[in-house]
Write a protein of this length. Structure first.
Length: 127
């Protein structure tokens, strides 16, 4: 569980989440022009006034937890719905940008698999 491979994947995923989460707030990484549907969806999230910021803050917090090895199993579980939504967003609305989404989802899945023993109590029968 603490192999060099796992540590490298954990830190890489954390850095990716921190960078792209911060980019949602500060826009310092130039990204390719999204499709019209994707742009409309992102605009609707921005128009709510809080949703895009909430997603960015969640990504940054999870990234920090992964980089500094704080509550890694919890961070990976919280990341599952985010990485799934990132993957589905790119699959249905912005196919040209799907490579990064596949990387995030794959790294999350690999780390979940590497930490699978930690999740056994969640699925054990309570009585």
């Amino acid at each position: 569980m603490n192999s060099k491979f796992t540590n490298i994947i954990r830190i890489c995923l954390g850095i990716i989440l921190i960078l792209f989460g911060a980019n949602k707030i500060y826009s310092f990484i130039p990204l390719p022009q999204p499709t019209a549907e994707a742009s409309s969806f992102i605009s609707s999230l921005t128009d709510t006034g809080y949703m895009l910021s909430l997603i960015a803050i969640a990504e940054i917090c999870i990234g920090i937890m992964l980089v500094f090895k704080l509550w890694v199993p919890f961070a990976l579980l919280v990341l599952v719905p985010l990485s799934l939504n990132i993957l589905l967003f790119h699959l249905f609305l912005d196919v040209p940008g799907i490579a990064a989404a596949i990387v995030v989802a794959a790294l999350n899945f690999i780390l979940l698999y590497k930490n699978r023993r930690r999740y056994v109590p969640l699925f054990r029968e309570a009585y």
